[in-house]
Design a protein around this ligand. Structure first.
Ligand SMILES: [Zn+2]
Length: 295
């Protein structure tokens, strides 16, 4: 059975996603921890701001996305000038190493500009993650569960994979560089539920977790472009702020600047999320798709 003794709670992996940063800053203070997340003291819990320079600059990263650095290949790669490449190697010492993790669980807190609500992202289909997700779904029905198991846990480039187990809390919609009190509260509630789950699981006191709905990542969809590779259309109004709502074959997904609708031509119903995520504009990603399943 999986037991969780040591936990790392991480914010500031992206320096302009303020909920995790404010959570870590608050929970480092014992008085504030007693208010927001007293159960954290039931574990050997440590708190980290992953990218201090980006956090100070209130920017996603200085040179490169920190949350894409944590594969064995990248961590063992030769010298790179990118600040986040060196930072990842340092975090691998502090939190990892990735092939012999120090922490039983790494909880990495993110924000999205998409209307994804409180979303738990898990990276593998195992009883531990399935029950965590199901416990959260029971306690917090408004939470969404997103399973990204298109590759193995260790093949993901995410910081949370420095733990034996790792999850991401993704909360939105919140603009970059902004911290909303309602989102902060949602984050504290999610954290408490995840930690309660670990405690119940450790003591073999977990209730039966009934089947629940979850989403499984499929692919990313780019914005439509002209021949100059400039975006020439926007997310269709029907899709705006409708993360995790179904889009069926023939439904409009984009409106081109000339007024033409672009329709979803896939055979299967999709559940778009990360719709209009600001951080993905650079790579012209409009949204990600998921399938819905009962877990
Ligand atoms: Zn992020």
């Amino acid at each position: 059975m999986t037991t969780i003794q040591s936990i790392a709670i991480v914010g500031g992996t992206h320096g302009n996603e303020l909920t995790g940063i404010h959570t870590v800053q608050a929970l480092r203070n014992p008085q504030l921890r007693a208010i927001h997340c007293p159960i954290a003291d039931e574990f050997a819990t440590q708190y980290f701001i992953a990218n201090p320079r980006a956090t100070k600059a209130v920017t996603r990263y200085i040179d490169d996305d920190l949350n894409r650095q944590f594969t064995s290949q990248r961590l063992s790669a030769q010298h790179s000038d990118a600040y986040e490449s060196g930072l990842a190697k340092m975090l691998n010492h502090t939190l990892g190493p990735i092939d012999a993790p120090e922490f039983d669980l790494v909880i990495d807190i993110h924000n999205t500009t998409s209307a994804m609500g409180p979303t738990l992202i898990v990276l593998a289909d195992s009883p531990f993650y399935r029950n965590m997700a199901g416990y959260l779904a029971l306690q917090m029905p408004e939470a969404n569960i997103l399973l990204e198991d298109e590759v193995e846990y260790s093949a993901h480039p995410y910081l949370c994979t420095l733990g034996k187990h790792g999850v991401m809390l993704e909360l939105g919609a919140q603009p970059q560089g902004v911290s909303r009190s309602d989102i902060f509260e949602q984050c504290q509630a999610m954290l408490r539920h995840v930690l309660h789950y670990c405690q119940l699981n450790n003591h073999n006191k977990l209730p039966d977790i009934p089947a629940f709905s979850a989403y499984r990542l499929q692919e990313t969809i780019n914005f439509p472009c002209n021949t100059e590779q400039e975006i020439n259309g926007l997310i269709h109004a029907n899709l705006l702020d409708k993360d995790f709502e179904p889009v069926h074959h023939g439904d409009p997904i984009f409106t081109l600047f000339d007024g033409t609708d672009v329709l979803w031509r896939g055979e299967h119903t999709i559940y778009p999320h990360f719709i209009n995520e600001a951080a993905y504009q650079q790579s012209q990603v409009a949204f990600a798709t998921a399938s819905k399943f009962i877990w």
